[in-house]
Ligand binder design. Structure first.
Ligand code: M6R
Length: 361
């Protein structure tokens, strides 16, 4: 039931401190500050192949940054409908990981089955623990988002990201890349995320205010670097799905290779700019947009320096450890799409043409 909320999506957005906490507890021990055993020998593999569709694909891409950075594990992420039909070259030391809320998405399941038949070790990050993928994979890596009713995925996405970040820390520990002190620091940072997500939920009034303008746009650009790049694509997907506004997510550095030609007074840019090691690069991309008359909404912590662009509007986000930024910045992405859709009066929980679970190709 929706309780005090107007839509399931709104309720599910607000459940995220709990669903992330619950999911992290599956993989990490809050008391000892250590990772738990994960059922996979990360020291025995030399590559990870993630397969997924839609939002789960973006969660996988965020996971990739963490697996490579924290565990030194090469990680490929591919859309399942492409992976399964292109005869990919795989080796038996590659761990195949399916990421799926439902565990029933036809293309993801077929990719997983194919990898298994090739003799690859398999794991599935799924929210429905009795699903086909949960049964098919050798190792089940559950997310604990609880039932997700809204067609647009919100809490299932952050649960996937939380699980993948925790697993990347576990992989780093198993591979001797993360010592006890670093493990304790990263586990602590992850367990801070439910509190910081709750703080991000308090951005809703500020976000609601900008959606009056956003709902009039026909095209919106979302920009980010590093893990904020897949999150920008997720933000664009959310907006498309429920408000029917055309949106694209781009890597901020790719802008001058084409998309900057789209910039005009009518095309807003939403920028995800946590205070990380590429903040200055993103900020200078935003100045370029503002200089061309494009309205920019920069989601950034209050203590971040000002990029001094006329037309750059800031929305304060909570400051956080860079590891958990994708979990924290997911919230403004979801709220932006949600309030824009409410403003437009679309059917938020049941957007046109979409099904919750895509069990046909
Ligand atoms: O159940 P799955 O996670 O496998 O579903 C994958 C996609 O169909 C799903 O994430 C879809 O993109 C959502 N509508 C996104 O909000």
């Amino acid at each position: 039931e929706k309780g005090e909320y107007r839509h399931f999506m709104e309720k599910e957005i607000h459940e995220q401190p709990d669903s992330v906490q619950h999911t992290l507890s599956e993989y990490l021990d809050l008391v000892t500050g250590k990772v738990k055993p994960q059922g996979v020998d990360f020291a025995a593999i030399d590559r990870i192949q993630i397969v997924a569709c839609g939002t789960a694909f973006y969660a996988g891409q965020i996971g990739r940054y963490a697996f490579e950075k924290l565990a030194g594990l090469p990680c490929d992420v591919e859309i399942a409908s492409e992976f399964r039909y292109r005869s990919p070259a795989v080796s038996k030391t590659t761990l195949a990981v399916a990421v799926s809320q439902s565990g029933e998405t036809a293309d993801t399941l077929a990719s997983l089955t194919w990898c298994k038949a090739q003799g690859l070790p398999t794991a599935a990050v799924v929210n429905v623990h009795t699903s086909s993928m949960a049964r098919e994979a050798s190792v089940l890596w559950p997310t604990h988002a609880g039932p997700e009713i809204g067609v647009a995925s919100t809490k299932a996405f952050t649960a996937q990201v939380a699980a993948l970040l925790a697993l990347a820390v576990a992989a780093g520990v198993a591979r001797g890349r993360i010592d006890a002190a670093a493990e304790a620091e990263l586990v602590k940072a992850l367990f801070e995320s439910p509190r910081v997500i709750a703080e991000a939920l308090r951005m809703d009034e500020t976000i609601r205010a900008v959606t009056q303008e956003l709902s009039k746009a026909t095209d919106v650009l979302f920009l980010g670097r590093g893990p904020m790049f897949p999150l920008a694509m997720e933000g664009a997907l959310k907006l498309k799905e429920i408000s029917y506004i055309h949106a694209e997510g781009y890597a901020a550095g790719e802008l001058k290779h084409g998309p900057i030609a789209l910039i005009d007074e009518e095309t807003p840019t939403i920028a995800l700019a946590p205070l990380d090691d590429v903040f200055d690069k993103t900020a200078s991309n935003l100045q370029e947009i503002a200089a061309r008359g494009g309205p920019v909404i920069m989601i950034t912590p209050e203590n971040a320096p000002d990029p001094h662009g006329v037309g750059i509007r800031r929305i304060d986000a909570p400051d956080c450890h860079p590891l958990i930024a994708p979990l924290v910045y997911a919230v403004p992405m979801q709220l932006l799409a949600y309030y824009t859709a409410v403003q437009k009066g679309t059917d938020v929980d049941q957007p046109r043409n979409l099904a919750k679970s895509v069990t046909v190709e």
